[in-house]
Design a protein around this ligand. Structure first.
Ligand SMILES: [Ca+2]
Ligand SMILES: [Ca+2]
Ligand SMILES: [Ca+2]
Ligand SMILES: [Ca+2]
Length: 246
């Protein structure tokens, strides 16, 4: 093995190792905020997905597969039977009010609500994830995280909240992210009062097989380095034998 090819193997190993440490796909992009009165307004509506889940909370449960929340609960359960701020269409009529639908509520808007996805349950982390902010105070902020839990970026803070907490839907906005390398969680917060969100949605697009885990990339890269080292040792041993024979 020549010195040149050894350098090549080392370079390849470094590229492979570094590619697994950065799981931000070149096509990664934020989506929104955009006005949202029904799923027809979703930027993800009509996309081609291997799987796609939409949680409207109209069954009063957070029970779409492979997702958990770090705080709060379904509004009708943790807040009470009235003053819900659902996505407008969920009560059967786009009429400027979400009072008769259900949503997801947490009492600390500042801490926000983080939804975390399970690759084990879903087969692969979603490449598309988002939710609709429906109520709260102050300014609103959305953040998404990649497969290694590094931030993909932040949308906002944006001033979208009106001064009322009575189910109005003209303030409701969709926030989301797309990342080919997978999204592990999304976090929504606002600076005043509680927070209410709805239409949590997430899907896998653009690939059908799971992305190899970082560990296997590292294993492959270190195997290449090991092979290069073995070749180098063999070459030196060969040279020593050849010199002795001379
Ligand atoms: Ca709803
Ligand atoms: Ca309505
Ligand atoms: Ca609202
Ligand atoms: Ca409001």
């Amino acid at each position: 093995m020549t010195k040149k090819s050894l350098v090549g193997i080392f370079a390849l190993a470094i590229v492979m190792a570094s590619s697994c440490l950065s799981l931000h796909d070149a096509s990664a992009a934020s989506v929104g905020p955009s006005a949202y009165l029904s799923f027809a307004d979703s930027p993800f509506n009509g996309g081609s997905f291997t799987y796609f889940h939409l949680e409207t909370f109209e069954d009063h449960l957070l029970n779409t597969p492979g997702v958990t929340a770090n705080s709060g609960g379904v509004t009708s359960v943790v807040f009470g039977p009235s003053i819900h701020d659902s996505v407008d269409a969920d009560d059967g009529a786009i009429d400027g009010s979400g009072l008769n639908g259900d949503s997801y509520f947490s009492s600390s808007g500042g801490a926000g609500v983080r939804f975390t996805f399970s690759a084990a349950v879903l087969g692969s982390l979603p490449t598309h994830a988002g939710m609709v902010w429906t109520d709260g105070g102050g300014t609103t902020r959305f953040e998404a995280f990649d497969a290694l839990n590094n931030s993909l970026g932040v949308i906002g803070p944006v001033a979208i909240a009106n001064a009322s907490f009575n189910g109005e839907t003209d303030e409701d906005r969709f926030f989301g992210w797309i990342n080919g390398g997978g999204i592990s969680s999304i976090l929504m917060s606002n600076t005043g009062g509680g927070i209410e969100v709805d239409h949590l949605q997430y899907g896998l697009a653009g690939r059908t097989a799971p992305v190899p885990e970082p560990a296997s990339f590292l294993l492959f890269a270190s195997a290449l380095v090991g092979l290069a080292g073995w070749q180098l040792r063999n070459r030196r041993a060969g040279l020593a034998v050849w010199r002795k024979m001379k």
